[in-house]
Write a protein that binds this ligand. Structure first.
Ligand SMILES: [Zn+2]
Length: 71
């Protein structure tokens, strides 16, 4: 069974995937807006990296692997 929090993270990833970078509420506690940081993958010449989504207030975090660099 998928928890409500998991569902909200999935929704947050989806919004990031659609290009949203600001204004996504913390999926865990709804206490702040998520901060997004791009982490480039370590493999040379590979566009694969990750978005690190984290909440500055409660510390909830999640990594979202993506296949191409952000715009
Ligand atoms: Zn939070």
């Amino acid at each position: 069974m998928v928890s409500d929090e998991s569902r909200r993270w999935i929704d947050a990833w989806k919004r990031v995937g659609e290009g949203e970078r600001n204004g996504i509420r913390c999926p865990r506690n709804d206490d702040d807006f998520l901060i997004l940081e791009w982490i480039q993958g370590k493999v040379p010449d590979s566009p694969v990296g990750e978005w690190w989504l984290h909440c500055p207030t409660c510390g909830a975090q999640s990594f979202m692997r993506v296949a191409s660099e952000p715009d």
